[in-house]
Design a protein around this ligand. Structure first.
Ligand SMILES: Nc1ncnc2c1ncn2[C@@H]1O[C@H](COP(=O)(O)OP(=O)(O)OP(=O)(O)O)[C@@H](O)[C@H]1O
Length: 358
């Protein structure tokens, strides 16, 4: 029996993307289908290289072809991705998804999460940028070992000057800290800060990016308003710690994104410093600041809970050394950040929906 393209596609119509709730053929995710006798090969084009369901979808495709077409078929699937973008993203054409990392309270680990998420997404093959918009204490220069770095600029053919983001660990970086005197306590104020932030988006040579992560200042203030009103935002990730005081401020932060006129999709909540595990007892988890607060908060606001990160000395050490822990693929913490990054990317794809991929 000769196997036809139509038979294989009909079989693959039985495989649904659980997030987008439509089958892979309708979603236009099957490309380059080739058939030679019983050898069937095609490309499965996902909406993000960080897709947590890669293996599941690959197995489901193989099973569908074997079940509906030929049990003896030799199915070869090549996985690629084309990151989708929000439907309304007229500005900043080359930047597909701007993801805000926010917290209601300072010191909960927002910069740590933003930096490690950026590294985990890049490790999956995504093109990633990171803007450190924390006017009160930019930490990205420290976390990436770039304390004395100063970005260069270039002139376009049209005579416009563009800042060149600094590239480290495969991520394009800009921080307000690169432009301020580290010995000056609060270098940016009011409109000056807003203008400086807008320049980091508009007047920088970002090239093509799948994800631009933005490390916001803590709380809710001018910078949040400037960014959310000036640029199309794919969504916000909310970082909290388990203590009641942090959760109370996180609630306010979350509500801000839902205010009319701001209305930014919440991609989910991450609970940082969720539990402590002593090095000598790796299976023991001590919930020293309380348990499941972040999860309960996410469920109260009906947003996804994206995961918990333990409190571990090596996270601080790695950040202070200028090489965030997610770079160390031997550390179990790299897997923790990779899983969370997968869930963030998954939520972005869900919000972007099917239109962008069809
Ligand atoms: N899970 C963790 N385990 C151990 N230390 C952590 C963890 N998360 C963050 N830290 C440490 O806590 C401190 C504050 O973290 P970070 O700067 O990321 O917080 P932030 O919310 O961005 O702070 P700010 O409000 O100043 O912007 C840093 O020293 C960081 O290394």
């Amino acid at each position: 029996m000769i196997i036809s393209n139509e038979q294989v596609l009909a079989a693959l119509r039985n495989v649904e993307d659980p997030d987008l709730k439509r089958d892979l053929v309708t979603l236009n995710m099957i490309k380059d289908l080739k058939i030679e006798d019983k050898n069937i090969s095609f490309t499965l084009e996902l909406t993000t290289p960080a897709c947590p369901m890669k293996d599941m979808l690959k197995n489901a495709c193989t099973n569908a072809v074997k079940h509906f077409v030929d049990a003896e078929a030799n199915v070869l699937i090549n996985i690629t991705s084309r990151v989708t973008k929000p439907v309304d993203s007229s500005q900043l054409d080359n930047i597909k998804n701007i993801i805000l990392v926010s917290s209601g309270k300072g010191g909960v680990g927002k910069s740590t999460v933003a930096s490690n998420l950026a590294i985990a997404l890049a490790a999956d093959g995504a093109k990633v940028g990171l803007i450190d918009a924390d006017i009160y204490g930019p930490s990205v220069p420290t976390m990436f070992g770039l304390i004395d770095a100063k970005p260069n600029a270039r002139e376009t053919a049209a005579g416009k000057t563009l800042i060149l983001p600094i590239e480290k660990y495969g991520i394009k970086l800009l921080s307000l800290g690169f432009f301020a005197d580290p010995n000056q306590p609060v270098p940016w104020r009011g409109p000056m800060a807003s203008n400086a932030i807008k320049q980091l988006f508009n007047d920088a040579d970002w090239g093509e990016l799948d994800y631009l992560i933005v490390d916001l200042p803590p709380g809710t203030g001018d910078i949040h308003i400037t960014i959310t009103q000036s640029f199309p935002i794919a969504g916000a990730v909310i970082v909290t710690t388990p203590q009641q005081v942090a959760l109370a401020d996180t609630r306010k932060g979350l509500q801000m994104f839902r205010m009319p006129g701001i209305n930014i999709p919440i991609l989910g909540v991450i609970e940082n410093m969720a539990y402590f595990t002593p090095a000598e007892l790796p299976d023991n988890r001590y919930y020293i600041f309380g348990r499941n607060g972040g999860r309960a908060l996410a469920s109260g606001f009906e947003v996804p809970f994206l995961g918990e990160i333990p409190i571990v000395q090596s996270i601080t050490e790695a950040g202070d050394k200028g090489a965030p822990i997610a770079l160390n693929l031997e550390s179990p913490l790299a897997a923790v950040f990779s899983e969370i990054a997968g869930r963030v990317a998954q939520q972005v794809s869900i919000n972007n929906g099917v239109t962008a991929n069809s």
